[in-house]
Design a binder for this molecule. Structure first.
Ligand code: COI
Length: 357
């Protein structure tokens, strides 16, 4: 399928203050759109960024058939736009689509659309450290119908926008013991819009108590750590970097999570993917063996955790200046994206700009 490109006659870029980029508030000039009807995707196109007009009965608005991805484009120091592991994101989008009874989107078209969109809007990629062009591929159900069944029509779109850090400082996490994010057999592994909606109320309660985000525990016993909703979580205990396993389908298979595990394993550092209970964290904190905790995600990159609240306990972690692992993996990922650290995995994919300009 050929992507039809219609360029915007004007740019809004001069309206954006690149020295102050709050996360998620600015949007670049173009977007990619593709429609699904009668069992096939058609009309892939890049167009000037625009609003959609939606019928009030649009199914995504009622029953939540809505999934998305989060990616980032960066620029190397010599100005080449780079994507990070785009095929893995394309594949994960289809894992989410499958769970939400939505059609798969062709993965090669996903990557081609991304590359072309980023090439066209490459001037929007910020160059400040900690900034990037955030990319939001999304799929929604578009049938105009109010009965509960899978939609027959869908819209897939990708838009982008320059962002600064999602968490500008280390985060305080609240280990949640009343509400759950995901249960075995549910949709926790999918990047489904509803997973985020269900988390808003408990996250607000935690924010009212001064925490930034939740540390989700399992749905059966409120014991085993899952993830943080906006990011996967890692702990360094006695020199071993531990993260909860993906088994059980309650945790998002994070691209940053996977990259960190690969980096540490390749360096021969001790790494473990195993169930970890909040009691083990409390004990390690008491013993003084809890050296680090950090979150990992595309938006968050690597965000150090400064404190964890659990019931009537507040655990303060060692200062960031002592965090060897979290700081190292963040530097590795940022360095690969900036083209200053060798990417021996081929994760960074340069965008071919000359085809379009
Ligand atoms: C991302 O890390 O890109 C995400 O989609 C998480 C989102 C809550 C910002």
């Amino acid at each position: 399928m050929k992507i039809k490109i219609t360029k915007s006659p004007t740019s809004r870029i001069s309206e954006v203050n690149f020295a102050d980029l709050p996360f998620g508030r600015n949007f670049a000039d173009h977007m990619f759109v593709c429609d699904y009807d009668n069992g096939e995707w058609h009309s892939p196109r890049i167009e000037p960024f625009h609003n959609f007009s939606l019928h009030p009965a649009t199914m995504a608005l009622h029953y939540g058939q809505a999934i998305f991805e989060g990616m980032k484009a960066s620029k190397t120091h010599d100005g080449v736009p780079m994507l990070f592991r785009p095929e893995r994101h394309a594949h994960r989008m289809n894992i989410s689509a499958h769970r939400m009874c939505m059609p798969e989107f062709p993965e090669d078209l996903f990557v081609e659309a991304l590359s072309k969109l980023v090439a066209i809007d490459q001037a929007w990629i910020p160059e400040e450290e900690g900034s990037a062009l955030y990319i939001r591929p999304t799929m929604i159900a578009t049938d105009e119908f109010i009965g509960v069944k899978p939609s027959q029509s869908y819209k897939f779109f990708i838009f982008t926008g320059p962002v600064g850090p999602y968490y500008p400082k280390p985060v305080r996490l609240w280990a949640e013991t009343e509400y759950i994010r995901a249960a075995q057999g549910g949709t926790g592994f999918a990047k489904a819009a509803g997973n985020y909606a269900g988390a808003l109320y408990p996250a607000k309660l935690a924010q009212d108590r001064g925490f930034d985000q939740l540390l989700w525990l399992d749905a059966k016993e409120f014991k085993y750590i899952q993830e943080s909703g906006t990011m996967n979580v890692f702990f360094v205990i006695n020199g071993v970097t531990i993260t909860p396993p993906l088994t059980g389908g309650t945790i998002l298979d994070g691209v940053t999570r996977d990259s960190i595990l690969e980096i540490l394993r390749s360096e021969g550092k001790p790494v473990a993917e195993h169930a970890i209970s909040i009691d083990e964290i409390v004990q390690a904190h008491k013993d003084g063996t809890l050296q680090e905790a950090f979150g990992a995600g595309t938006a968050a990159v690597v965000s150090h955790v400064s404190e964890i609240g659990y019931r009537d306990l507040l655990m303060t972690l060692p200062p960031v200046s002592e965090r060897k692992i979290g700081t190292h993996v963040k530097a590795m990922i940022d360095g690969m994206r900036a083209g200053v650290i060798e990417d021996k995995w081929g994760w960074t994919v340069p965008v071919a700009v000359e085809e379009l300009v």
